[in-house]
Design a protein around this ligand. Sequence first.
Ligand SMILES: O=C(O)CCC(=O)C(=O)O
Length: 297
Amino acid sequence: MSGLTLAKAPTQEHLQTFEHRGFVVIDDMLSIDELDRYGVAVDEAVAKRTRWDKRKLKDRSRYEQSFRQCINLWEDAPTVRPLTFHPRIGGVAAALIRADAVRIWHDQALYKESDGRETDPHLDHDYWAIEEPRTVTAWIPFDGSTETTGAMGYVPGSHKFDITKIANIFTGSGFDLENGDEARGVAPEFINVPRGSVAFHHGRTIHLAHPNQSDRTRRVHTVIFFADGCTRRDATHPSVDRMGVPVGAPIRGPVTPIAWPLPDGRFPDPPPLPDPLRPGWPGWPKTSPDWEPNNVS
Ligand SMILES: O=C(O)CCC(=O)C(=O)O
């Protein structure tokens, strides 16, 4: 931690950086005590969700070799809830996308194990069923991140590139930053995030991550926020399908509750489990082995 007091609001410089570059790292967001506590909470939640999966890294799909992905841990892990709905993080997210209130699209742990491969270049917004590009992800590394543990890289300004091509990292390898034109020839900037800091990226910013060449898992929790009032795009995604939100309607309901400001200062209650259950989502593991690879981010 670089400061004595925890950050409460983004500075003008943070806001401008996010506006122009599509990502910003904000220091001193979480105390050592919080990192320790929430780190254990997410470790336990990930272990519980993935206890069925005895496959070695090399036997998983290419996508799954980038990280273990567990979505909406806040729903089945009450100890994770205070992190997902942390007012300091939600408040910063709202300020960055200039929203009076933000909802969560979903949270997710992204645990890149030792030898985990790189995260392929992509932008998130096209994977979601949100019409308006008023979205931001908080990327929270419990141990910080370095070049060797799987640091994130961002293409500065790419949130304004109006990219129409969709990067499929679930079955393919994402954008080709060297030969493709999506990144407009702009090289990604890789960022080491100090412990206690949080990296925020816009939903349309191209990003990727290095492989994990260390002998420890890169333990990261992320929360995706969107401005309250955003509407459903004509696309399928559990976050809206579970609530039956019609196309064009505001995305409001118990799967995507208000994260900031918290109504009455209370954490939201979890919604009913998804039906059917699916890998990586609340209620998993399924007992039968007929799982399918995750195909949502
Ligand atoms: O943590 C990673 O390796 C990738 C993160 C990512 O793609 C995201 O948070 O949108």
